[in-house]
Design a protein around this ligand. Structure first.
Ligand code: MG
Length: 629
């Protein structure tokens, strides 16, 4: 299927946008009128640029408030539309998008609207142009695809059809199943956008909060399936109005856009109740592989910070169990948790360290098949990174993450000996430490503008499933969190961003990559025993205030002795219908990241989200008021 995007979805000049769109592999574009009006290039020059880039111009948009108006207004509208047809002739655009009238002059007179649409289509036909009529969710009288189709059917002109836009239909909660009964050849164009579920007027929601399919919470796939059932085989075109995308890196946004379309195409027909759609030409990468857990986490350090971090890890109950065969790389282990400190000069990690300071530079995940996982990652536009290997060392498939850190793909499960047995001397020693068993989740601190890109990266490449958005106030900002969880439950990433440059999340960001790990949660079976072991080793935890426990007791109606015990140990607590979650954050390493000791009981599925403000407030007191403690 043809893949298109509206130029309004990206930032920059029209020329920059076209180059980025072509580089990301799109076939065509919708030219947004304002982009053209503000361009220094003539319509003909834009047409030539698009052609030289291998892009077709499939649509020109928008034309507003055409139909359902008094006769004298309509005469002026026809003059106005004629001028657009002239521009479109220069531009080589074969189709004009006409939006349903939102003006106060619009009359509730379907016969009149249909007749005026017919008259406009007749004029368009003389220019070899077709009109796609779109119902805006906030149109004066026409708001649904069914109403738009009713007018198009009444007008009955070969050059007039409907444009279906997923946002307008899904934002109104309209049922997309009626779209399949519109004749496919009367659906002229299909625009796609996702969005987070927000309680606000559709106009503001549409103008500011649209996002690429897969990033939001609307079922765009189900709508596309209905459109394809109609017989439509025209372009799948992204039309995203989003304040962040308007100011983001044009090329990166274009790649995200293409990734979202590939992911959407793959999802068509995948769920159980999907209709059968014949003759569909689309990508079919290997499916996401089962994720079996975290293989290892790698930190970029230099010799000095490496020693400090090693000492801290030792107090956390880790043992140094191996040194790399050929590199200044050491392996620490506790239970099934493997942490690697990389101080190898002239390596990726050193470049990372020089840019970001001591930081998590790579995450290795265990998958059922690392080569299939890599192939899927590449099909979803992940960039493969080739490492340098010494003799007899394993070449581990790797992809570049959004922030430039690495995502390694390993086979096997958390018990697997590789790559440690091959690449490290003495790397096969088990160690129990203080009872920390495995990595529970990795919490990332992200700048707000990159949140959507990460969601799509993890969702499309790894098959992690986004959980509902959680918004909470932290001390210095409003925090937005979204957990991404593997269907196996064995890999969990929580993505966190706070608005505000002084927010606690923002303080965890690397000045250069703009993101970083906020904390790494390590799971144990008996958090009270593990804390005692850690305290004996001199590990300090963030202080949770007495007020928290008073509130906890009131909020959750817990037994007094449990609350007292939590208070004594400084443990944060959360509960769901199926289980409980106990967790306690350590102090941070050089103000950058911390560990969190967690224990799950029953089938608790979250990550202690309600306690995030208490966690961040404790971190703030620790980092900003050390003398007061
Ligand atoms: Mg639209």
């Amino acid at each position: 299927m043809k893949r298109c995007i509206a130029t309004v979805s990206l930032s920059g000049t029209l020329e920059d946008k076209l180059r980025a769109i072509a580089a990301a592999g799109f076939d065509g574009v919708e030219v947004f009128e304002n982009d053209l009006v503000n361009s220094g290039a003539s319509p003909r020059e834009i047409s030539e640029l698009a052609e030289s880039l291998g892009l077709t111009i499939d649509l020109f948009q928008p034309f507003r408030d055409l139909e359902g108006v008094p006769d004298e207004v309509f005469r002026k509208n026809l003059e106005r539309i004629e001028r657009k047809f002239d521009v479109m002739g220069e531009l080589g655009a074969p189709m004009l998008l006409v939006c349903s009238n939102v003006g106060s002059q619009a009359l509730a007179d379907p016969q009149r609207s249909a007749a005026q649409l017919y008259a406009a289509a007749e004029r368009a036909a003389q220019h070899g142009i077709r009109i796609a009529y779109e119902a805006l969710a906030w149109g004066r009288h026409v708001r649904t695809y069914a109403q738009a189709w009713d007018l198009v059917r009444r007008a009955d002109h070969a050059s007039l059809g409907v444009c279906v836009d997923s946002f307008h239909t899904l934002a109104l909660g309209d049922d997309p199943r009626g779209i399949a009964s519109i004749p496919g050849d009367k659906i002229f164009f299909l625009q796609l956008a996702d969005a987070p579920k927000l309680q606000m007027d559709p106009l503001s929601w549409s103008r500011h909060f649209r996002c690429f399919p897969g990033q939001g919470e609307l079922d765009v796939t189900a709508l596309v399936e209905q459109v394809l059932c109609s017989g439509y085989r025209g372009p799948l075109s992204l039309e995203i109005f989003n304040d962040v995308f308007r100011s983001s890196d044009t090329r990166q946004t274009a790649v995200d856009a293409m990734r979202s379309l590939l992911y959407l195409e793959e999802s068509i027909g995948a769920h159980d109740s999907a209709p059968q759609i014949a003759g569909l030409d689309r990508v079919q990468p290997p499916p996401p592989q089962r994720l079996n857990g975290v293989g290892f986490l790698e930190f970029a350090v230099d010799a000095d910070t490496g020693r400090e971090l090693a000492a801290w890890l030792t107090r956390l109950g880790f043992a140094q169990v191996g040194t790399h065969r050929s590199k200044a790389v050491t392996l620490f282990r506790q239970g099934r948790i493997n942490l690697i400190l990389n101080a190898e000069p002239d390596s990726f990690a050193q470049g990372y360290f020089q840019m970001h300071g001591p930081a998590l530079c790579a995450i290795a995940l265990r998958t059922s098949d690392e080569f299939q996982a890599l192939e899927r990652g590449r099909a979803m536009l992940g960039i493969q990174i080739e490492g340098r290997n010494g003799p007899n060392e394993r070449n581990i498939p790797a992809l570049r993450s959004i922030d430039g850190s690495l995502l390694y793909l390993l086979g096997g499960d958390e018990d697997s000996a590789e790559p440690f047995a091959t690449d490290f001397l003495g790397g096969d020693v088990p160690t129990e430490g203080v009872g920390l068993r495995r990595v529970d989740h990795i919490a990332m601190a992200l700048p707000p503008e990159s949140m959507n890109a990460w969601i799509l990266f993890y969702r499309s490449i790894l098959g992690l499933e986004p959980q509902p958005v959680v918004e909470q106030a932290e001390l210095y900002g409003l925090m937005r969190s979204r957990a991404m969880v593997a269907p196996s439950g064995r890999v969990r990433m929580t993505l966190n961003a706070s608005e505000g440059r002084n927010s606690m999340m923002a303080r965890s960001l690397s000045a250069f990559s703009g993101s970083g790990v906020h904390h790494i949660a390590l799971e144990c079976d008996d958090i009270f025993a593990s804390i005692e072991g850690l305290q004996a080793n001199g590990i300090e935890f963030l202080m949770t205030p007495a007020n928290y426990y008073d509130d906890l007791a009131a909020r959750l109606d817990l037994p007094e002795e449990l609350v007292d015990r939590l208070r004594t140990y400084g443990i944060l607590y959360d509960r769901s219908t199926g289980g409980e979650f106990f967790h306690i954050p350590t102090e941070t390493f050089k103000g950058r990241f911390s560990f969190e000791i967690v224990q799950r009981a029953g089938d608790y599925a979250g990550h202690g989200e309600p306690n995030a403000p208490a966690f961040l407030a404790a971190q703030a007191r620790s980092l900003l008021e050390p003398i007061a403690r």
